[in-house]
Design a protein around this ligand. Structure first.
Ligand code: CDP
Length: 244
């Protein structure tokens, strides 16, 4: 973020390096029920991101001291495959993936009716196979589909999406170059029906007005992504192809 460069991220026509308008999403494709042995699963392609998610549970939490007598413990594990990024990622957890696992766990916990399953754990695996910026929000979007696929009751299907600022312009859904060389990145997860925010982070610098504009852009896009999630879940039961 904010690395010095001569690279222009917005051209004279106001278009971005991949030809998008400031408020335009990258192409998104999603699919549920992709893994036979998980209780729920989903796959998402979002721009250059390719992420598979799986849910196990709810099942009795183990070890026992991990149990919460009142509710299910939701444990998300965000993992990047070694081959998912330009420079081979060392396998295993690092600071970044520990942080992402934590914030994603908290976001998902806030929408799950955990009190229906005391003493259990619900494990959510987010496996990033190919990364191109926005993996945490794409991961949340797919994870909530996997949770729905597992039949876990939730207040709503949660949507993740990011916005940010590049060359002084507030833009939706940053790609890798925009994430690297832009001025700010704001990943957010929301419940589109109520507008509740389940995750909000910011990297870089923006004014209050720019942040508000970014959040409004995400809120608008989230309605569209939410509709895709609903269509994806419906299509599974009709046996249709993936939703684009
Ligand atoms: O993916 P997300 O935007 O949620 O998180 P980030 O920490 O802002 O990372 C942005 C992007 O940087 C990732 O999506 C990857 O494309 C890239 N990255 C990488 O190339 N190598 C890493 N070890 C971590 C991230």
């Amino acid at each position: 973020m904010g690395m010095k460069t001569d690279m222009r991220l917005i051209d004279d026509n106001g278009l971005r390096i991949d030809g998008r308008l400031p408020n335009q999403l990258r192409p998104i494709k999603m699919q549920v029920g992709v893994l036979k042995r998980a209780d729920g699963s989903a796959y998402i392609e979002w721009g250059g991101n390719k992420i598979i998610t799986a849910v196990y549970g709810p099942h009795e939490a183990y070890p026992k001291h991990m149990q919460d007598p009142n509710r299910a413990v939701v444990r998300a594990r965000y993992n990047m495959a070694s081959f998912s990024v330009d420079e081979r990622k060392r396998p295993g957890p690092d600071r970044r993936s520990v942080e992402l696992s934590k914030v994603i766990s908290e976001a998902l916990t806030s929408v799950i009716f955990g009190d229906k399953f005391p003493r259990t754990s619900i494990e959510v695996y987010i496996e990033v196979l190919q990364a191109d910026a926005g993996t945490r929000v794409a991961g949340i979007t797919a994870a909530s589909l996997a949770l729905a696929d597992a039949g876990i009751p939730m207040r709503d299907i949660i949507v993740g999406c990011a916005a940010g600022k590049v060359d002084g312009v507030v833009v939706l859904d940053l790609n890798k170059e925009e994430d690297n060389y832009g001025e700010a990145d704001v990943p957010m997860a929301i419940l589109p029906r109520t507008g509740e925010i389940a995750l909000l982070q910011m990297d870089g610098n923006m004014t209050y007005e720019e942040l508000t504009a970014a959040m409004d852009m995400i809120t608008e896009a989230a309605k569209k992504i939410h509709q895709m999630q609903v269509d994806t879940l419906k299509s599974k039961y009709r046996g249709d192809e993936d939703v684009e």
